[in-house]
Design a protein around this ligand. Sequence first.
Ligand code: XMP
Length: 482
Amino acid sequence: MVFRDKFKNADHALTFNDVILLPGWTTIEPSEALVSSNASVNVKLNIPFLSSPMDTVTESEMAIALARHGGLGVLHRNCSLDEEVEMAKSVKRAEALIIRDVVTVDPDKTVEELLRMMEEHKIHGFPVVEANKKLVGIVTSRDIRLADPKLKARDVMTREVVTAGEDISLEEAKKILHKHRIEKLPIVDESFRVRGLITMRDITLKGTYPNALRDDEGRLICAAAISPFDLARAKSLDEYVDVLVTDVAHFHNKNCFDATKKLLKEISADLIVGNIGTYEAAEDCITKLDGIAGLRVGIGSGSICTTSVVTRAGAPTLYAVAQASDAVKEYGANLPVIADGGIRNPGDIAVALSVGASAAMMGNIFAGCTESPGTLVALEGRYYKEYYGMGSAAARRKRFAQDRYSKPSKSINEGVEGWVPYRGGVADIVAEFVGGLQAAMGYAGTKTIPEMWEKAKLAFVTEKGSQELLPHDVLLPRSKPS
Ligand code: XMP
């Protein structure tokens, strides 16, 4: 072995700022560029963005907001199993064609009790059922608003209930609700037992978010982070979510692989594995882990990461994407590659797509949204939200995601704690990033993400040159863009 060869054969671990997207011949306007993609083999995205599984980024509110706009939130795992399952359930409950956990009442409930239940559950009507769940009526706020509080449900309910069977489609449901001018349509089986409920409110929500990602039952698509070593959590979440994502700093590791092989036998959701950073890691995932559905790539590029500072180890996201995408292509594996870490603007995403990524995962950007869990703070007249790494002291104090890192590094922090500028709602960020990405695709002359893989060209930028690419020689009112 010649040590000097280690330099001779060394790769260039390029990062986003090292390259630029070259303008190409174009026949499209940016607004015609299509940004739909895949997060995993079976889960399509209408916008190619995922939010990171971090406890200052993705809980149910973020997952709901992002899925409504066509992206995917990955619920964090820095909490108890029950808490993570509850988050997944609330994403699935947020919008459904048929609500399954219907709140019903018995005929003897008083008007007074019904009013209290409406307040408590924040709903405006209940199917009335007998002990055997058989539907006998429906009571809505209109029936009880001015009624004597001592009256019973049976006295005020509508007895002639319009119902439908389990196989009803969205279009049929709309017609029935309109024809009878009703707000709620109970779904019953052949014995007239309540099996679900369709509401006008849920149908209206569907019209509000035409780009939303939904499963076969009309519920929002949901993803959740897991440890490969926590089979119980993976199995519990598997009942509710569409995608599971391993959340490990260095997945190319024998213990992770052995645990993942077991896990793959027990779950039915798509499994995205990571993080990985090299061709060899992607090759091993493809050849040794039968049944995986995607690769999460990039090590050490995250805005809150100190992994590479502490250990000098890492695989910058751009470099990692090119490595993994080549392995996927050469093995004909058809696995989406998700670029994770270091993304600051739509151009970084465009560059990642041009070397084979299907989508980008962002922590920093989404941490600044209204829908992230972090607290909003005002500092010197500007608003910020709390954001910290999963390897930071703050995240580790919660102790639920400790196995994200290797044993010795458990005593070393691999992340920092801080604040990111408040950016408004997810809808604003999505509009800004989709617009920016479409503009980049317009420059590259590509209409779709697969065309970005094939046609987009990159060039290197020197350190001096990158200064010229920033605003220069003008006095800026605020701080420079990073
Ligand atoms: P951005 O740049 O979007 O990156 O903030 C988010 C990604 O960073 C990873 N992550 C970490 N990496 N130490 C690390 O080395 C940490 O403490 C840490 N926390 C999160 C993760 O992949 C996330 O999606």
